[in-house]
Write a protein that binds this ligand. Structure first.
Ligand code: NAD
Ligand code: MG
Length: 387
């Protein structure tokens, strides 16, 4: 198979690299950010045709690291798009944030199977991405662990028989913290996850449950179910990734060790299953699995996700963009941990009133415009202290 990996140097990218190193695929393009030394190493190890850094100023270093290898080097947003236009059979979308949308969108246009880790693509432009896949007869396979789990639980089932979809959440770094301490939570404290080893942004989003909020919307878009059918369950052990409930009362649960190589490998080998180098669960050793209802006071992001789905239109783009700016603000020390949800809620409220987010058609132009406006508004709220 011809494969490309967008965001190859990240957490999902490295897990994908690990699986590709064990297989025999023709690697077309690998892309990364500022870590060009690692990008070049990966490209050499997999004998890729092309390596792209997202940043122009990193190109000389990438070129130097690849000199004499015959591997092409390129840089910038346009180069990412061109990399996505190179024919490939399987494309991993693992850039973090809204920046992942455009390459995935282009990859679908050349008929590639898109392994989608970049949940932001579905949150900001779900209907657009699905229409693009349908237009070019391309397939999108979920890589988020919960969505891969749901996808697997649905094999051979009729969607009409599905009553509910339950996605699990560990509760993140602060699940057991007293609420009074949350306001002072630091970036370092929010950047460590109890069960999963992931990129910093999604780890902080797990502590605030903004990650789960994005995943609720991702579930709605991917499986085209009514928001009322989607539930979130706090499951501290992160062994069950999702459950699908059917109209006969049966619940199909998907269990596995918290290792993203499972979901990535499932998408890579689909529709077959192939051996994967992941830990096998020892349920006796585990002894018990526990569950809690999410506390709405602790996790306002979850309520906002349902509001976004209620508003519809380009509300997902505004939500994600405001969240990205609030998260930047938290990482920079300008926004408190609990203030992130406030920034996002104010952006949603103001934009759905003024701009009529719900009535906007989900076109690439409207999504881009909403994204830009939401970022500007979120930045203004933060810089003027209106949070
Ligand atoms: P990460 O921060 O570890 O890696 C992100 C990758 O994207 C890097 O290669 C980085 O260089 C590149 N990148 C960052 N900003 C970019 C930009 N503006 N333009 C182009 N490239 C850019 O992130 P991650 O944890 O691997 O997550 C990647 C995506 O997968 C996210 O959408 C995340 O929500 C999703 N996801 C991650 C996990 C996980 O276990 N890490 C699980 C489920 C879903
Ligand atoms: Mg997930």
């Amino acid at each position: 198979m011809r494969v490309s990996v967008f965001g190859s140097t990240g957490s999902i990218g490295e897990s994908t690299f690990d699986l590709l190193s064990r297989a025999n695929h023709d690697v077309v393009a690998l892309t990364g950010g500022a870590n060009v030394a690692r990008l070049a190493q990966q490209a050499i190890a997999l004998n890729a045709q092309l390596a792209v850094t997202a940043y122009d100023h990193c190109l000389p270093d990438l070129r130097a690291a690849l000199s004499g290898t015959g591997i092409e080097a390129a840089a910038g947003t346009q180069a990412l798009i061109e990399a996505a236009e190179r024919p490939a059979d399987w494309v991993m979308s693992a850039i973090v944030g809204a920046a992942g949308l455009a390459p995935g969108f282009r990859a679908l246009a050349q008929g590639a199977t898109l392994a989608l880790a970049n949940k932001e693509s579905l949150v900001t432009a779900g209907p657009l991405l699905l229409a693009q896949a349908a237009k070019y007869n391309a397939r999108i396979l979920p890589v988020d662990s919960e969505h891969s789990a749901v996808f697997q639980a649905l094999v051979g089932e009729d969607m009409a028989a599905v009553e509910r979809i339950v996605i699990t959440a560990s509760g993140g770094a602060f699940r057991d913290w007293p609420m009074s301490d949350l306001a002072h939570a630091t970036v370092a404290q929010a950047s460590s996850h109890p069960n999963w080893d992931m990129g910093q942004r999604i780890t902080i989003d797990s502590a605030s449950m903004f990650n789960k909020a994005l995943e609720v919307i991702e579930t709605r878009e991917f499986f085209q179910v009514d928001p009322k059918m989607i539930e979130v369950l706090v499951h501290p052990e992160s062994m069950i990734h999702a459950l699908v409930g059917f109209q006969d009362g049966a619940l199909m649960a998907h269990l596995g060790a918290p290792d993203m190589r499972h979901a990535i490998g499932y998408a890579l080998n689909w529709p077959q299953r192939a051996p994967l180098p992941v830990e096998r669960l020892d349920l006796v050793k585990l002894g018990q699995l526990t569950f809690q209802a999410p506390d709405p006071g602790r996790y306002p992001a979850l309520r906002l996700a349902y509001e976004v789905m209620e508003i519809g239109g380009t509300a997902g783009a505004a939500f994600n963009a405001a969240k990205e700016i609030a998260l930047d603000g938290f990482i920079a020390g300008d926004v408190g941990f609990l203030q992130m949800a406030g920034v996002v809620e104010t952006v949603l409220t103001e934009m759905s009133g003024r701009q009529g987010l719900g009535n906007a058609a989900v076109t690439l132009d409207n999504v881009t415009q909403t994204d830009t406006e939401a970022r500007a508004l979120a930045r203004a709220l933060i810089s003027t202290g209106r949070i």
